[in-house]
Design a protein around this ligand. Structure first.
Ligand code: PMM
Length: 299
């Protein structure tokens, strides 16, 4: 293991006035990032089909930027459990013009893809972050594209494509296993020449994880932060929240009614020191972040 536990970025700038004791060091950034989800797909579980049209997608990206998103996460392939794959040409065609249009409007864009060719096309159109839910496992060329272009790279914990991921949910200890598998992905990235300052880690809620696994990972997010890399947390509207809030007949809370629960997860992630959250409701998250930042400053 090569230096995975180095001190992390984004540790606090404690603000003190003369005579005051300096604040204890708190983990994570003083202003966490908000990544707004923009799925240009017909079949994503939450926003599938809503932004397939170019102008709808760009308008929604712009709106999320105006609401406080620091990054717009554009995806052209659904990662919903059981989803079929699309071919790379279709994925590129869905995302490239949207990425270019958002970048032209001054927004920072990440490309949510597991394919090096899609990442390269999106970077060519202006994307500055690759959000790779496979952590570099799905495409052996991804590390080279990231290393050559110098963009940031989200390495999410992943065990297999959407069609198979439900049967890959076996862990001895989900927190320890996911951390160890992410550390392996970090090693592989560094070995491929990717600069460690470009890496962001994500425990990958819902990807080969049961609801119980998601709760354990959320509860121990601080242990991921302690690995020394920025940590991204993506719980927004996921099915474990629907299950938590099921009605008396056992029917899960519908996807569109999981926003308050999502905001609660975001606040907990900020408290745990996360670098950022990936969410559908940017406006609400920006308000929650303002509350969290004011509370932290007042400590
Ligand atoms: N979840 C989804 C897609 N991309 N990327 C990261 N880094 N982390 C996640 O948890 C994540 C992701 C699935 O959610 P969606 O269908 O709403 O996009």
């Amino acid at each position: 293991m090569r230096g995975v536990h180095a001190p992390g970025p984004g540790n606090v700038d404690a603000v003190t006035t003369p005579g005051e004791l300096s604040a204890p060091q708190e983990p994570g950034p003083a202003r966490p990032e908000i990544m707004g989800v923009l799925n240009v797909t017909p079949d994503s579980f939450s926003d599938g089909g809503r932004y397939l049209d170019f102008s709808d997608a760009v308008a929604h990206g712009e709106q999320m930027g105006a609401e406080g998103a620091d990054l717009i996460d554009v995806g052209g392939e659904s990662t919903r459990p059981g989803a079929d794959r699309v071919d790379p040409e279709t994925e590129i065609a869905r995302v490239v013009d949207v990425v270019a249009a958002l970048c032209e409007r001054g927004l920072a864009v990440s490309i949510d893809t597991t394919r090096a060719a899609v990442a390269a096309a999106a970077i060519g159109a202006g994307a500055s972050v690759v959000n790779d839910v496979s952590g570099g496992l799905a495409d052996p060329d991804m590390a080279r594209v990231v290393a050559d272009t110098g963009v940031r790279w989200v390495l999410m914990h992943w065990r297999g494509h959407s069609a198979d991921m439900q049967r890959l949910q076996h862990y001895e200890n989900v927190v320890a296993d996911v951390k160890a598998e992410l550390e392996d992905r970090v090693e592989a990235a560094l070995d491929s020449g990717v600069d460690r300052s470009k890496l962001i880690l994500d425990p990958g809620l819902g990807f080969a994880k049961s609801a119980a696994h998601n709760w354990r990972l959320s509860a121990h997010l601080d242990e991921f932060v302690a690995l020394g890399f920025p940590v991204l947390f993506g719980a927004s509207r996921k099915s474990y929240l629907g299950k938590l809030l099921e009605d008396e007949s056992g029917k899960p809370r519908p996807v569109g009614e999981r926003e308050a629960a999502t905001l609660a997860t975001s606040l907990l992630a900020f408290e745990a020191g996360a670098w950022g959250v990936r969410v559908h409701d940017v406006a609400g998250t920006a308000d929650a972040r303002a509350v969290w930042m004011a509370t932290r400053q007042a400590r």
